[in-house]
Design a protein. Structure first.
Length: 166
């Protein structure tokens, strides 16, 4: 039983530390103008698979874009993540890596440019999108509550055991 308790407590602390570190990293990125966006289509596969989360530097200069950069831009109410394939005086022509031809919806200009993709993490976008649904919120809040309850229960049992051994 001692080994199981030690393993549980170690795992609990590791998960808690990981959650705190992840939250701190996201907050730090947000302070520097980097925002996460979930990728909902496969237009950038295989480079950026559907379900990834892209971290986008919203302070990246439109004037410093180069062909080959992966950018995020607004297309009506949608956010699109595609590669810059041609840059001229009218703007930036983009194309999804999985698409056979460049985008036909018009060129990206400074007005609809959101930022440049710095890096992406697989699967995280799927989790974030699920967490935005009603069922997802329930699951996430339930898992968080269960995590807290398990820690509190462990602490209570450890305190009771410590009092009993005095």
């Amino acid at each position: 039983m001692k080994l199981a308790g030690a393993l549980f407590f170690g795992l609990y602390r590791a998960v808690a530390a990981l959650l705190v570190a992840a939250a701190a990293a996201v907050l730090l990125l947000l302070l520097f103008g980097v925002r996460p966006y979930a990728v909902v289509t496969g237009s950038m596969e295989p480079t950026i698979p559907q379900g990834c989360v892209c971290f986008v530097n919203q302070r990246a200069s439109f004037a410093q874009l180069r062909e080959g950069d992966i950018i995020v831009f607004r297309l009506g109410d949608l956010l699109v993540t595609h590669r810059a394939v041609q840059i001229d005086g009218e703007g930036v022509t983009t194309k999804g890596d999985a698409n056979s031809s460049p985008d036909t919806a018009g060129k990206v200009t400074e007005e609809n440019y959101v930022g440049s993709v710095l890096f992406w993490l697989p699967f995280v976008g799927t989790v974030l999108l699920y967490a935005r649904t009603g069922a997802g919120r329930f699951v996430v809040l339930g898992a968080f509550a269960a995590f807290l309850a398990a820690g509190l229960l462990y602490d209570a049992l450890a305190a009771r055991k410590a009092q009993g051994s005095k």
